[in-house]
Ligand binder design. Structure first.
Ligand code: G1P
Length: 286
């Protein structure tokens, strides 16, 4: 069972400034729901029972979003706005299901995950990078948890990216490949296109054994001078099963302006109440 998920949400969101000056990038809405809620719902659909947010300064609106807003609830109730009330309360975690800790210094993704070590403890856990909005049925993390149950090892979600984009991602070196699942033989963070061992990129979903913390404990820096999760995972290769699972659905990189815009358009086009209006808006611009 994978019970716990870590959400590293301490990043500054510099790619989305000035919107992220006073607002966490994770709270930017995709239509009417903040980006972070999509990842939260994906984790819950995968059976996660405990949600660990690694936050930073100026991120308190995330905590507010995952809490009851009594004045708002009361007002909506008084006005008989049942659907709106449901939209802010139905999905809330139960008391005690959420934990927060802070990454006090921006030392990298590996460091952010390491900050959650006491909250995770000695059990396998998931990591979700919230910027990566993944839509599929079944949800990405659910499929990964199922694979972990078969293999007992580490599982990462991967997708093929253009050769000239390898320097934006962690890239796998692969062994056996059945078209869906690949055996990870190596991995490297942000290799140049000429050095990349493949085009299979990590897309922000991980199921990891707690042993990863032993490697993160060493606080070794890698690409960009940061403590990289990819480097710590690489050290587990050969000692435990390690697989990449090809993601089959739609992926939106909400950390970039265009990816974020695409997520909004795609989401609106999937909603029956917005589809017609959105189509006519888009037609005007084409
Ligand atoms: C992080 C990881 C990288 C991964 C990427 C996916 O990089 O370090 O391995 O491929 O997320 O979005 P970042 O985008 O934070 O630089």
């Amino acid at each position: 069972m994978i019970r716990k998920a870590v959400f590293p949400v301490a990043g500054l969101g510099t790619r989305m400034l000035p919107a992220t000056k006073a607002m966490p990038k994770e709270m930017l809405p995709v239509v009417d729901k903040p980006i972070i809620q999509y990842a939260f719902e994906e984790a819950r659909a995968a059976g996660i029972e405990h949600f660990i947010f690694v936050t930073g300064r100026a991120k308190s609106s995330i905590e507010d979003h995952f809490d009851h807003a009594y004045e708002l609830n009361d007002t909506l109730e008084l006005k008989g706005k049942a659907a709106e009330l449901g939209s802010v309360t139905d999905w809330l975690p139960k008391p005690g299901e959420l934990s927060y800790t802070r990454q006090q210094k921006p030392l990298g993704l590996g460091h952010a995950v390491w900050c959650a070590r006491e909250l995770v403890g000695d059990e396998p856990f998931a990591v979700l990078l919230v910027d990566e909005l993944l839509q599929s049925d079944p949800p990405c993390l659910k499929e990964m948890v199922d694979v972990h149950q078969q293999t007992g090892g580490n599982v990462v979600s991967v997708m093929e990216v253009p050769q000239d984009h390898t320097n934006r991602y962690g890239i796998l070196d692969i062994g056996a490949d059945d078209g869906r699942m690949v055996e990870a033989r190596g991995m490297v963070e942000k290799p140049s296109p000429s050095q990349a061992p493949s085009r299979l990129a990590l897309i922000g979903r991980y199921v990891l054994l707690p042993k990863v913390f032993q490697h993160l404990d060493k606080q070794e820096t890698g690409a960009g001078g940061e403590i990289q999760l990819t480097d710590a995972m690489e050290k587990m290769l050969g000692t435990t099963p390690f697989h990449g699972l090809r993601f089959q659905g739609q992926r939106y990189d909400c950390g970039s302006r265009l990816g974020y815009l695409e997520a909004i358009v795609a989401n609106a086009m999937e909603r029956p109440e917005l589809q017609a209006g959105m189509t006519s808006i888009l037609k005007r611009y084409l």
